[in-house]
Write a protein that binds this ligand. Structure first.
Ligand code: 2M8
Length: 446
């Protein structure tokens, strides 16, 4: 699957190549994540992709966000996928499978899935504002989006936070963005269902584009589809649905992103002359609960909490380090997190070293270096970890994450994910992947 593209030697060439990837994936108002594997608009992808457009085409950067929020439901939910009407690429589950058409609260003129994704939009908007060529002209855009993002956060803190703890739960692995983490397997072990009887018939499309060992296994897909079926049968999001719904997990990265977006929105709100009291409350409560509920003192990392089983899920992932992004850890916790990234759990050994940062710790039983989210390095994770480490005054470690990312792209091209082992280094999933290209642009912008 790997090819070495004609090795761009300088940063300028790398950026030119990255811009070409974005340009080729552009579908009018938005940019698809990948040429054929993902032919529609994805939620958090849109945020990272906007950063790739911002330095040279600010209008397109704003268009990415506007197009995504056209799919926002009246309860505030911003969907995981906004389906493209024009481009009928082969993707499963397609629009019809979700059965969201005609649902009250779903905007009539858009086609969306029924799940959401990590709320990156607040901090993406803040980064866009920093790059706006004319902040006065862009003000109406930011004003509009501020209100939309407030609605989204309100949705997460009401319908997804049953105990009012400041921690939103994901109701499907796809909502976390890290669909195939071993964490979800541990949760699924507690869910009883019969794959023969309880999973509707379906046909995967991802395997037309990517070899099976690099994508989720059939058992995982059966579980994804089982949950979608439960959700669509309940017509989504009805508050009473959650009572006996089996998958409700408070995941650290999902909540760290939300929290970081709260603080970014406070800055944006102040600039816009808005009241930011609610954002401050959410921010404080989420950071407190991240520490009270998701910190695993024994492992020195944040872990998920299964709301149904009422217990932590002790699986070590890169997402468990990400609360550094929102300032939740104290200095002692930060020291342990920084030590964890540099330990054999993520770095391997001097004889068998890795590129930082594996998505799942190398010694987890579910670790797999090439299967997506089970171990590979992802450029969006590294980009967030980079900013998180800078925040905590670790510039050398942050630079290592950035340099490893750029080196992987230089050697292999703009892949969706990369094998963390240096000895087997290579790119997997989809080539010419948009957020990989966009974040290279963001890292290398002057
Ligand atoms: C992957 O997820 C989609 C489902 O949402 C899929 O596998 O079909 C994930 O990596 C997700 O984080 C990402 O947003 C999406 C599009 O890049 O692909």
């Amino acid at each position: 699957m790997n090819h070495r593209f004609s090795e761009p030697s300088s940063d300028t060439e790398l950026v030119t190549e990255a811009r070409r990837v974005l340009q080729n994936n552009l579908l009018g108002t938005f940019t698809k994540p990948a040429p054929s594997l993902y032919p529609h608009q994805w939620n958090w992808d849109a945020g990272f992709i906007a950063l790739g457009w911002a330095p040279t085409n600010f209008k397109q950067a704003c268009s990415e966000i506007t197009a995504l929020f056209r799919g926002q439901w009246s309860n505030g939910m911003v969907p995981q996928i906004v389906f493209s009407v024009k481009n009928v690429g082969k993707y499963f589950p397609g629009y019809r499978f979700w059965e969201t058409q005609g649902l009250p609260g779903k905007p009539r003129n858009t086609r969306t899935s029924g799940l959401t994704m990590p709320a990156v939009h607040g901090f993406i908007l803040q980064r866009l504002l920093e790059q706006a060529p004319d902040t006065r002209a862009a003000r109406p855009f930011f004003r509009r989006m501020f209100d939309r993002v407030m609605l989204l956060h309100n949705y997460l803190y009401t319908l997804r936070d049953p105990h009012k703890e400041g921690l939103a739960f994901v109701c499907h692995p796809w909502e976390s963005g890290m669909d195939n983490l071993p964490t979800w397997e541990t949760v699924f072990e507690t869910i009883r269902f019969d794959p023969e009887k309880d999973v509707p018939p379906y046909e995967r499309m991802d395997l037309l584009h990517v070899d099976a060992p690099f994508r989720p296994r059939k058992e995982s897909y059966d579980r994804y589809i089982y949950l979608v079926d439960l959700l669509r049968k309940s017509r989504y999001q009805k508050p009473e649905l959650w009572g006996d719904y089996p998958f409700q997990v408070q995941e650290p990265m999902f909540n760290a992103i939300l929290s970081h977006s709260n603080e970014a929105m406070m800055e944006l709100g102040t600039w816009l002359g808005k009241d930011t009291g609610q954002l401050q409350e959410w921010y404080d409560q989420t950071n407190k609960s991240l520490n009270d509920k998701l910190w695993d003192e024994q492992r020195g990392v944040y872990v998920s909490y299964d709301l149904v089983q009422q217990k932590q899920v002790p699986v070590v992932t890169a997402g468990g380090i990400l609360p550094l992004l929102c300032g939740a850890p104290n200095e002692k916790q930060a020291e342990r997190l920084a030590a964890l990234i540099q330990s054999p759990k993520f770095c391997g050994s001097p004889e068998n070293p890795t590129w930082l940062c594996a998505s799942t710790a190398l010694d987890e039983p579910g670790f797999d270096p090439c299967r997506y989210w089970r171990g590979p390095v992802w450029i969006n994770m590294n980009w967030m970890l980079y900013h998180a480490l800078l925040r905590y005054g670790r510039p050398a470690l942050a630079a290592r994450l950035r340099d490893d990312s750029l080196e992987l792209v230089r050697r292999h091209g703009f892949w969706e994910y990369y094998n963390p082992w240096k000895k087997d280094s290579g790119g997997y999933g989809s080539d010419r992947f948009s957020w990989t290209a966009a974040l290279v642009v963001d890292w290398l912008r002057k």
